[in-house]
Write a protein that binds this ligand. Structure first.
Ligand SMILES: Cc1ncc(COP(=O)(O)O)c(C=O)c1O
Ligand SMILES: N[C@@H](CCCC[NH3+])C(=O)O
Length: 431
């Protein structure tokens, strides 16, 4: 645990969070580098040590910035990007291009050109048109690209409907019907312009049961056998996506090994039985790397006690920096950072400052007696918080500070009003 309570104050990665709020301002995201590195070490132990061909491609969508991707790079990991913007950030962070892998269900020609120009490591093809597009770009540029196909394994996962991706009715992946996936695979195997390595799946996010991953492995292994039998072709790489659940409130987080060890065992056994070399295995964890490493700090403002109904405690951020409660009904927990040891006997609803009744961060949370000026900390906001933030109501996007063993430094400066309007134009017709 990187959070500690000392002298009635919340500390995070050795830093006094109340001092952080004073020094850097609120709202503010702070990230523990120690926690992020610890997650990578956990994965390294059960997935890389003993399997030197395996790779971890951090899913940048969970939180993407120069500092974050620099840290991922220094940890020796790969990165999974899903847009030209994430790819650009990775390159600017100094990521070696061969360690960048490109996912996404509707990559534009420009994005594919960018990937080919930079000579990134892999493109994970998501649709039937994409192979043609990549081939065209490779022909034009005289290059060859390593590719995998993302398949839709047709398995159900137990998570919010918006973040389940492996079921057949999904915008992601190539459908598994033999008459679709096999000719498509053959086209890639025969292509002079791509080097077909294997398959990818991603069953969903925030999962606590390894069942859907294991079912998807069975599906993909079936495909590996069919490809061997039909075309005499040996698959050399499988990508198992991400999806490993984290603790927001009181969920019991499962270890990486709970998910990864049985998957490795299944794959190793099957490849031995098929008679081909164990493939390189890749995972794409996002949330499980950064969620618990992130903390949001807010300043308490107006407090409205509606007698017999509810006490609303407003903070200086909200759905613009954390859309997850409004979008998925996601539940978080938090404390008053400057009253960390005081009894939590007030039940309040922490709301944001947007003109939206649904702008609620925490509902009916027990906290210490709140007063204007208190610093409220929300835990586990490191994934899909900053990365999904918006300028709704023209609120500016908060800054991000990286922490390590008591030291704190800017990782992203807060957006200012001028940054926000920098691309606004007044058309001549209005002058
Ligand atoms: C293809 C792919 N890989 C990886 C991830 C990361 O998932 P998570 O953040 O749940 O680990 C996602 C998002 O769900 C995804 O769509
Ligand atoms: N944004 C989602 C996860 C998206 C998963 C991407 N495939 C969340 O906050 O939970």
């Amino acid at each position: 645990m990187v959070e500690k309570i000392r002298n009635n104050t919340l500390y995070f990665d050795g830093c006094n969070t109340v001092e952080l709020a004073e020094r850097f301002g609120t709202p503010l995201f702070v990230y523990s580098q120690t926690d992020i590195s610890k997650r990578f070490s956990e994965i390294r132990k059960c997935f890389i040590e003993g399997y030197p061909k395996n790779r971890v491609a951090y899913a940048a969508k969970a939180f993407c910035s120069l500092a974050m991707l620099k840290l991922v790079e220094k940890e020796g990991m790969c990165v999974d990007v899903v847009s030209g913007g994430e790819l650009y950030t990775a390159i600017k962070a100094g990521f070696p291009a061969e360690r960048i892998e490109f996912n996404g269900n509707n990559k534009s020609v420009e994005e594919i050109e960018m990937a080919v120009d930079y000579e990134i490591g892999r493109i994970i093809i998501d649709s039937l048109q994409e192979l043609d597009l990549i081939e065209k770009v490779c022909i034009e540029k005289g290059k060859k690209m390593d590719v995998l196909f993302r398949i839709t394994p047709g398995v159900k996962s137990d998570s919010h409907d918006y973040i389940v991706t492996g079921k057949k009715d999904s915008k992601f992946g190539v459908p598994l019907d033999d008459e679709v996936v096999l000719p498509y695979t053959k086209a890639a195997i025969d292509s002079e312009f791509v080097n077909f390595l294997g398959y990818h799946f991603h069953v969903g996010s925030q999962l606590f049961d390894n069942g859907s991953h294991l079912q998807a492995i069975d599906v993909i292994l079936d495909l590996v056998r069919k490809v061997k039998d039909s075309f005499g072709y040996n698959i050399t790489e499988l990508n198992l996506g991400g999806g490993f659940g984290v603790r927001y409130r009181d969920e019991e987080r499962k270890s990486f090994s709970y998910f990864l060890e049985p998957m490795m065992e299944k794959v190793c056994n099957a490849f031995k039985e098929i008679g081909i070399e164990i493939p390189a295995m890749v995972i794409e964890p996002g949330r499980s790397i950064v969620a618990e490493a992130g903390l949001s700090l807010y300043t308490v403002g107006s407090i409205k006690d509606i007698k017999g109904l509810r006490k609303y405690v407003s903070v200086d951020g909200g759905m613009t920096d954390n859309i997850r409660p409004a979008l998925y009904g996601a539940s978080y927990t938090g404390i008053i950072a400057n009253k960390a040891e005081e009894p939590r006997n007030d039940t309040v609803t922490i709301c944001g400052k947007c003109c939206e009744s649904g702008d609620i961060l925490l509902k009916d949370e027990k906290i210490a007696n709140p007063e204007a000026g208190d610093i409220f900390a929300v835990f586990s906001t490191g994934a899909y918080g900053y990365s999904m933030s918006s300028n709704y109501n023209r609120n500016t996007i908060p800054g991000v500070v990286f922490l390590k063993d008591g030291e704190a430094e800017w990782a992203i400066k807060p957006q200012g009003f001028e940054d926000m309007i920098v691309n606004d134009m007044i058309p001549d017709s209005l002058k």
